[in-house]
Design a protein around this ligand. Structure first.
Ligand code: GSH
Length: 219
């Protein structure tokens, strides 16, 4: 059976990271084809993706004759063809998990575009602005109360797609060294996620790459 994930440059593609994580966490075997999404080669490379996947973006997962695009669809598919453990069985908990995933998928907050995933790997990261600090606090409050309510160690008890989809966001925020002492459960959850073999594997490769410098980072 041929399964291929068209992924992206590891220190630039947070969406590919999410899909890749869900597939790996479900133990699904696949060939990985890393698409270089750095400019200027980005445009030609994504045009080739558009020849078989309408959005012309990564990630795309090809499973035999099925083309599955968009990280969220790939994450859900990974859960479907895996053991299904990445979404809670309880319907209310499942819906709450999906709410958080949907929130991340539809933007989450202004913090993601301002603190790009690429910037997590810059050797000299700037301080967070007061708006970014306020956004991070709002998110930490959400994480802390989910961890408290559901008893941890992950947001909804067992590891779920919600934890995985938030990994790149946590990396963006935490790499900018916010004061997170008031959210101890969130700190522990962050460390737990970062210590997973899957996350380590992606991050080690991401950290070995030359930083992808984007305009506007320093305002
Ligand atoms: N909603 C999509 C977003 C994918 C996305 O924006 N991917 C970036 C790389 S991380 C890309 O390929 N962008 C090219 C484009 O959108 O033209 C998903 O979740 O997969």
């Amino acid at each position: 059976m041929s399964r291929i994930l068209y992924s992206g440059t590891k220190n630039a593609s947070s969406w590919a990271f999410r899909a890749w994580l869900a597939l790996k966490e479900q133990g699904i075997e696949f060939e990985e084809c890393v698409v270089d999404i750095r400019e200027p080669q980005r445009f030609g490379n994504l045009a080739r993706i558009a020849e078989f996947s309408p959005p012309g973006a990564v990630p795309v997962f090809v499973d035999g004759n099925a083309i599955i695009y968009d990280s969220l669809a790939i994450m859900e598919y990974a859960n479907d063809i895996g053991d299904g453990s990445l979404l809670p069985k309880d319907m209310k908990l499942r819906a709450q998990t999906r709410s958080l995933i949907a929130w991340q998928h539809s933007g989450l907050s202004n913090i993601c575009p301002r603190l790009s995933f690429e910037s997590s790997f810059y050797p000299d990261r700037r301080a967070m602005t007061s708006d970014e600090v306020a956004d991070a606090k709002r998110l930490f409050d959400v994480f802390e109360s989910a961890l408290q309510r559901n008893g941890g160690p992950f947001l909804f008890g067992a590891l779920s797609l919600a934890d995985l989809t938030l990994v790149p966001t946590l990396i963006r925020i935490m790499s900018h060294r916010p004061d997170s002492d008031a959210w101890p459960l969130t700190q522990t959850w962050h460390s737990l996620l970062l210590s997973r073999n899957t996350v380590q594997e992606w991050m080690q490769e991401a950290m070995s790459l030359p930083p992808v410098l984007l305009d506007g980072y320093r305002g």
